[in-house]
Design a protein around this ligand. Sequence first.
Ligand SMILES: Cc1cc2nc3c(=O)[nH]c(=O)nc-3n(C[C@H](O)[C@H](O)[C@H](O)COP(=O)(O)OP(=O)(O)OC[C@H]3O[C@@H](n4cnc5c(N)ncnc54)[C@H](O)[C@@H]3O)c2cc1C
Length: 428
Amino acid sequence: MIGNLDHRHREATVIGAGISGLMAAYTLKRQGFKVRVFDSASRPGGLIRTRATLFGPAETAAHSLMVNQSVSRFFSDLGVKLVPVSQGSTARYIYRNGKMRRNPLTWWESLVTLRRLFSRPTTLIDPNRASLADWTRAYLGEAVLRNLLAPFVTGVYAATPEELCLSIAFPTLIPVDPRRSLFWNLRASRKMRGIQENARPTMMTPEKGLGSVISKLADHLGSDLVLNHRIETLPDTPNLIVSVPPLELARLIEPTDPSSALALKALKASPLVSVTAFARKEDFKNGPPRGVGVLIPRNEGLRILGVLFNSSSFPERVLNPDTVSMTVMLGGTTDPGALDLADDEVVNLITRELGSLLGLRGQLLHWETTRWTSAIPLYSEALIEARTLLLKGFCSSPGRVVFSNFSKDVSIRGMIESLRHLHPSTHP
Ligand SMILES: Cc1cc2nc3c(=O)[nH]c(=O)nc-3n(C[C@H](O)[C@H](O)[C@H](O)COP(=O)(O)OP(=O)(O)OC[C@H]3O[C@@H](n4cnc5c(N)ncnc54)[C@H](O)[C@@H]3O)c2cc1C
């Protein structure tokens, strides 16, 4: 969240009814604020939507989240039931040399990595400016970068470690003392943040899909949520929370804060094609996929970035237990052309590649394709610059707040944690 509320006033206007704007409005309404939310679309939710199909629900964007205490409290207050990932289906895989592996490193690479974990870095990095790739090379080496970190980053940001700035994309990895080993730094960082060894968040999903969260938030707002209403110029109200994508924010603040607007226009976002695909269990040569999913490094010769095994993690994701639901991701910053593939090209591609990856032999039963030209904002140096300028410019006066998936955290969990800054007793 960038900026602070003006708590002398008990009213707020929120622009954008994506999950961030809705959650901010809900939090303020519970504090007794008079809130109005405007969205240009005919339905709330922005990127998030759960489509009902004959085979099970299909998410257009977020499908699960990491749940800690504050996230769990938020959902229980809202009245949304969360389901944990199935016991025994928690394995995450990375594809290497034609096989899904829990540890994609060779035994020699694992040994070298273990040694590196306890050794000083090979180069000194600038923690504020280093890319995630610089950090990995310094502390863990090239094998970890290519085979573990790059696919993981692709799974979260649909981008490469070279494109992401460590300090904003993975702030918990910022070294406390850049000259010490990674092991030392991870322990020091956990200690500083007061995290106990066993306080790990759990992967969960709302029982009725992410769309049910949007419906609950919208119901809570009732007639204070105004749809089909595009804000053209910023209203002059005491508290304004802007929860729209960067380019739209740039357009709105340009007349009063041209420097921040210019920086926002320079931001990049990854393009993504997300396909929820349903197949018969019996059509998998070696049985249906089990676990959370698989990520694929770019040098494996496949175009698929990753596959989530929806119905293995959450059995409610299929209506018929003899079927399987998967979410397949294509595109990202390394393959923007995937967005131009026609529907039949997408299906042929994923059917063929799911054959190599998971041994799928038959045809898919059903699929739902969503194309996002700007899916995930890139947490790059340009974003640091834009945030700094916004703090000095548009957000410098109380009551001017930017809260969206680029203001601090792209994940819903991170957004929920940021909501505490809307409380009068908290100073960000
Ligand atoms: C494929 C995919 C998978 C993902 N998976 C996960 C996941 O598993 N877990 C997770 O935590 N996160 C995930 N995410 C990220 C998460 O879904 C997003 O970060 C989040 O939904 C963004 O919400 P938002 O409210 O910030 O933005 P948006 O959803 O973009 O909402 C912005 C809203 O502003 C409105 N608007 C724009 N301009 C105006 C205007 N001038 N006036 C009025 N309204 C306006 C738009 O209509 C829109 O409703 C995923 C994202 C994608 C794309």
